[in-house]
Design a protein around this ligand. Structure first.
Ligand code: HPA
Ligand code: ZN
Length: 327
């Protein structure tokens, strides 16, 4: 369609995608066949069912099973270059990619393997796909403050090239944001940007906590803010963008459909909304697809659709000189 062609032609950036969650279905099958004991299906139809989620906890369980398949630097390189190829195919030239070092090391990967795979993958993404990648190292919240401490120590000790931000993922229910405050303070003092997940599966209180306790400069999801006009006004005035991932929200059961999704309400309150995929093959999402779905549901004009792409460039942690080249 004309809409799809227009969306595709827009130069886009992706600000919320998890490295493990970006593994293509063929890659997941290949990794699963190498390690059948991990419980990840080795046949396409069973994998499709494995990626049909009842709720967020079910998603996270299966996501972590896929994480456990990733063993060494070569696997990391495969994930990074696969993501770069997928981004290039969406006409996305830049992405900030969430990596969760603690989970990989917990699953037995030497930290050096992770760093080596990220570096070689990033170089190949640039050389072979013309895609620039930056990293967000994030805390797996379900693993508690130990994971928080280890993640920030690792991030600040290693400081790999391309590391721009520090995050917090995993469940929100029962995992208060504030307990991770010291680690975000340390990360911010070292010059990393604060980008926690908040308001994905819970409401405005979590988003407020991300802002007040973790100094959030951008928020993963954040859609839970939609019931709190004062919070939406705050996010708009402070220019704290949201990394909205509509298909992810639907596939984890937060909203019934794109029509029922609060993206319109957030926009109407002046919040800076960006569109992202989160874990694309697991959710059957693509970056172009997110733009098309929102454009259709909201009846947007071409100028309004293009604004999403521009918002994402503005909301990125690219140096300002690079931002002007991209828009
Ligand atoms: N939220 C929290 N944790 C995650 C997600 C997410 O969307 N994807 C992978 N880990
Ligand atoms: Zn996420």
């Amino acid at each position: 369609t004309a809409l799809r062609a227009f969306v595709h032609a827009l130069p886009k950036v992706e600000l919320h995608v998890h490295l493990v969650g970006s593994a293509s279905l063929p890659t997941v099958l290949e990794l699963a066949r190498r390690r059948p004991s991990a419980g990840v299906p080795t046949e396409p139809s069973a994998l499709a069912e494995f990626f049909t989620f009842r709720d967020f906890p079910h998603f996270l369980r299966n996501y972590l099973a896929v994480t456990s398949l990733v063993r060494d630097a070569r696997d990391i390189h495969t994930l990074v270059t696969g993501l770069a190829a997928d981004l290039a195919a969406q006409n996305a030239r830049y992405a900030e990619v969430t990596v969760t070092p603690y989970n990989h090391v917990l699953d037995g990967m030497p930290a050096d393997d992770l760093l080596t795979g990220l570096a070689s993958g990033r170089a190949a993404a640039r050389a072979d796909h013309g895609v620039e990648l930056a990293w967000c190292f994030d805390i797996p919240g379900e693993k508690g403050v130990v994971a928080g401490r280890e993640t920030v120590v690792f991030a600040l000790r290693e400081r790999p090239e391309g590391l721009v931000s520090f995050g917090l993922g995993g469940p929100e229910v029962g995992v208060g944001r504030a307990q991770f405050a010291p680690f975000f303070t340390a990360a911010r003092e070292a010059g990393l940007h604060s980008v926690p997940h908040a308001g994905e599966t819970t409401g405005p209180a979590t988003v407020w906590s991300a802002v007040h306790d973790l100094g959030a400069e951008r928020i993963g999801h954040g859609v839970g803010a939609h019931t709190d006009p004062a919070l939406m006004e705050y996010l708009a005035l402070q220019r704290i963008p949201l990394e909205v991932c509509p298909t992810s929200n639907i596939r984890t059961g937060q909203f019934a459909s794109i029509a029922a999704h609060p993206v319109r309400r957030l926009l109407d309150h002046g919040v800076l909304v960006t569109l992202n995929t989160d874990d694309p093959p697991m959710f059957g999402a693509t970056l172009d697809g997110e733009y098309v779905a929102v454009a259709e549901a909201l009846g947007l004009t071409a100028a309004e659709i293009a604004l999403f792409a521009k918002n994402a460039v503005d909301a990125s942690f690219l140096p300002s000189a690079d931002k002007t080249v991209l828009v």
